[in-house]
Design a protein. Sequence first.
Length: 226
Amino acid sequence: MANGDVAADYYLRQPERPLSKGRLFVVSGPSGVGKDTVIEQFLPMMPGILLNVSATTRPPRPGESEGDPYFFVSVADFRTMVEMDSFLEYARVNGNLYGTPRAWVEEQRGKGIDVLLKIDVQGGLTVRTKVRDAVLIFLMPPSVGELERRLRSRSTETEEQITTRLLDARSELQQIPNYDYAVMNDDVHRAADLLRAIFLAERCRVRHEGSDGSASVPWTAPHTHE
Ligand code: 5GP
């Protein structure tokens, strides 16, 4: 059997999970765009995807606990983890450090499980350079004016923080061309539906573009009885 035939045979027998390695999805977007709400809506629609739990130096907010939604660590511990190369990426966001645990992500992907990272735009760009086949999705607001309205209505930021968030948002929006997909969050249900469409399409993807423009198929056809 020619190699192409082996590949086709493999796909036909495992149409729902043609790749052996789990995919890495990243959802980023400016502060206040609604990442948490959209992902909360989306996750029950796509069973089988695991949401990463990052480490942060930010203190827990009321209702948060260890591992939900973060591992809360000291700055010293975070620095040790950086030195041990424990993070796939890390960044300072709004004055606190946040990092994605590399080992956990790799372990899940190794088991064929898709992983979702909900991280800031700098973090997304780092993942882009480190994980060539990561799928980067930018969640964008309908306008900067609407983002300002959302930031004000949640009443969690001071006036000074809102000004900084909006300035950051303007430069983050310029990074959209470095993402694979842009989804506008003008309606939570619609945005969650679009995420689902992207995930489904990506699960069926065969070809991946390399950074040099070359295409590759990121799996090896298994041995078959001929
Ligand atoms: P919050 O503390 O409000 O939950 O999150 C603040 C920001 O940090 C959000 O934009 C969130 O997506 C981002 N964030 C959370 N975890 C990580 C991470 O591991 N890496 C990066 N780069 N950003 C993160």
